[in-house]
Design a protein around this ligand. Structure first.
Ligand code: HEC
Length: 462
């Protein structure tokens, strides 16, 4: 024991570990910190988890277009603990984005971005974008159809930015289309470039927390005045400050540990998302569905009238970046309490509802065909053989991916459960042969008998 102590004393004396870190651990913080303050550290816990599992994955992952898919299959199904490792990395990413978002909302509601913490907000916004960038680039590394097609869609959106779009897309993808070079490039973004920037900004973000102190819980009628705030804060700390560890940090430690346990639990129970098939440019029916945190953006683009899309793609992100970055400059003094800032709270509620609905729509994605629908003909077979044949064709030819009949089928096209009431044979065959807006023309793909069977089937729907 004595020997150990001696060794520690030697290390500590030469390296100055406790001299450096004790003041940080023991530094006084405002009393009365709340549970709502744990989300920033929860994000950090997730990041650490991502670094550890990411390094683990990189030991087996092969970033080349020939091998990436197989190496991930190997990690998922054969490598010991590989499934859990991928699962943790997936749920850890979700957790990081979720907690970063909640942390940001908390900071906004308590107006902690006001003087002298403007720089914390700005570095936080950059961290949020870097985190989303990690999610986006990570998705392509799966090199399955979902990941690849989601990136194709994103690159196409980017290509529509006026003037520089083409170049941006080319820099992003490493060429005009997605290919092997894109994979190497995204690998490099995902494991070198973005993490390096993340570390720098996380370090800076934490440094600022120590330099400017944790923001005290806001109180109504106690506005921030940049002229007197620092002195007031120091005096307050002297009077009533409590040591960071354990008085404030135990909540961070407890919540962070719970988060990690939950992530590991989810990884064990649900595992990572299954890889879809390998990307194949000839399969045009794939329906790219990105990970949940990308869905709101996808929904927005799917719902927007195509005419304004090109402008919104450019102006939307620019405006949100400018808006977010300029927030602390617009108002860096005054009331911090949400009670005194009802409009700020209202605004945040609107944004959350808006993004939430986009996410909900994205999960249901009514605009894309539903390839998993159950065949109606099997559920309620028809007696008439022609009608039964039509019902089978209705499923086999993919009509049901877009049309709902008796409660099953996609919702991209109208429900056809009672189409026979209003449409006659001629109208039906015209629609099927010629197609319509967002409906393919089936003229060349159906024999006369098939067409007739389909029409009879639909006529019977009354
Ligand atoms: C990719 C999705 C999609 C597929 C596949 C599809 N449809 Fe449609 N269908 C639509 C859309 C969207 C509309 C409405 C727009 C229009 O009428 O042009 C529509 C309209 C119709 C209508 C007119 C209904 C109305 O109330 O306007 C009929 C009938 C119809 N489809 C039958 C079929 C049949 C039969 C098939 C299979 C051979 C089929 N559709 C395949 C998307 C699809």
């Amino acid at each position: 024991m004595n020997k150990l102590r001696q060794i520690w004393n030697w290390i500590d004396d030469r390296s100055g570990i406790s001299e450096t870190f004790m003041p940080l651990i023991k530094h006084p913080v405002p009393p009365g910190s709340k549970w709502s303050y744990v989300f920033g550290s929860a994000t950090l816990f997730c990041l650490i988890l991502q670094v550890v599992t990411g390094i683990g994955l990189s030991l087996l992952y092969q970033p080349s277009s020939e091998n990436a898919y197989q190496s991930l299959q190997f990690i998922t199904h054969q490598a010991p603990l590989g499934r859990i490792l991928r699962g943790i990395h997936y749920f850890g990413a979700s957790g990081m984005i979720l907690f970063a978002g909640i942390h940001m909302i908390r900071v906004y509601i308590t107006a902690s971005y006001k003087y002298p913490r403007e720089m914390s907000w700005i570095s936080g916004v950059l961290l949020l974008f870097l985190t989303i960038g990690m999610g986006f680039t990570g998705q392509l590394l799966r090199w399955d159809s979902n990941g690849v097609w989601s990136s194709v869609v994103a690159a196409e959106q980017m290509g529509r930015v006026p003037l520089v779009g083409k170049y941006l897309a080319r820099i992003l993808l490493g060429g005009d289309t997605i290919g092997g070079q894109t994979l190497s490039r995204f690998f490099s973004y995902h494991v070198f470039i973005i993490p390096a920037m993340l570390f720098v900004f996380v370090g800076f973000h934490l440094f600022l927390v120590f330099r400017n102190g944790i923001s005290e819980p806001p109180e109504a009628d106690r506005p921030v005045d940049p002229k007197t705030y620092r002195k007031w804060y120091q005096d307050m700390l002297k009077r009533e400050g409590v040591p960071f560890w354990p008085n404030a940090a135990w909540r961070d430690a407890l919540f962070g540990s719970l988060v990690i346990i939950c992530i590991i639990g989810l990884a064990i129970v649900f595992g990572p998302p299954e890889l879809t098939q390998q990307p194949d440019p000839s399969i045009i029916t794939t329906n790219p569905s990105p990970d949940w945190y990308m869905l709101p953006i996808f929904s927005l683009f799917a719902l927007m009238p195509p005419k304004i899309e090109s402008y919104v793609i450019f102006i939307g992100p620019v405006l949100s970046v400018i808006g977010l970055l300029s927030l602390p400059f617009i108002s860096n003094y005054g009331e911090r309490s949400p009670v005194r800032r009802p409009w700020a709270v209202f605004g945040v509620v609107c944004v959350v509802i808006f993004v939430g609905s986009l996410l909900y729509l994205g999960l249901k994605s009514p605009w894309s065909p539903d390839f998993k629908t159950k065949a109606v003909y099997a559920v309620s077979p028809a007696k008439n053989p022609v009608i039964q044949k039509g019902a089978i064709l209705f499923y086999k030819k993919g009509c049901q991916y877009c049309h709902r009949i008796n409660g099953s089928g996609g919702v991209k096209g109208p429900d056809l459960s009672v189409i026979g009431r209003s449409w006659d044979e001629q109208q039906l065959s015209l629609q099927i042969v010629n197609g319509g807006t967002d409906m393919p023309a089936y003229g060349g793909m159906l024999s006369k008998e098939d067409l007739n069977a389909l029409v009879q089937y639909l006529r019977s729907k009354k």
